[in-house]
Design a protein around this ligand. Structure first.
Ligand SMILES: Cc1cc2nc3c(=O)[nH]c(=O)nc-3n(C[C@H](O)[C@H](O)[C@H](O)COP(=O)(O)OP(=O)(O)OC[C@H]3O[C@@H](n4cnc5c(N)ncnc54)[C@H](O)[C@@H]3O)c2cc1C
Length: 95
């Protein structure tokens, strides 16, 4: 469900971009949802395999480490939440 939600938001942002329309909120939301869904999937994979999920001989421990990149860069999830708070919820800029 999380993967599907992320994919739908990616398509929504891409569609707006292709039409030349404003897509900052959707693009940030897509980046956030996709990164969090990827992280959840990798964490589930490690936990599903138990100790072997943690062992270096299997790829899932690397997936879990590498999936942190789309969470951290180019902007962190907290900075995306700051953006959504300001642009969607019209809250004052917090930093
Ligand atoms: C492998 C890798 C490749 C990279 N490649 C590039 C690249 O090619 N070009 C480039 O320009 N950069 C690159 N970066 C840098 C990347 O964009 C930054 O690491 C990222 O934007 C996070 O910034 P930071 O490291 O300064 O962390 P910080 O901004 O110091 O964040 C640390 C923590 O504080 C939180 N935080 C920070 N500010 C706020 C706030 N105002 N409110 C709430 N929470 C906050 C963050 O969410 C995070 O949890 C790369 C990083 C990595 C790990």
């Amino acid at each position: 469900m999380q993967n599907e939600a992320a994919a739908l938001m990616v398509f929504k942002a891409a569609t707006l971009f292709d039409k030349g329309e404003e897509c900052g909120v959707e693009a940030n939301s897509a980046k956030y949802l996709a990164a969090e869904a990827g992280y959840e999937a990798c964490q589930t994979a490690v936990m599903s395999m138990g100790g072997m999920g943690y062992a270096q001989e299997y790829h899932v421990e690397r997936y879990l480490r590498e999936v942190l990149i789309p969470r951290i860069a180019p902007v962190s999830p907290h900075q995306i939440m700051n953006f959504i708070a300001e642009k969607v919820l019209e809250l004052p800029r917090s930093y």
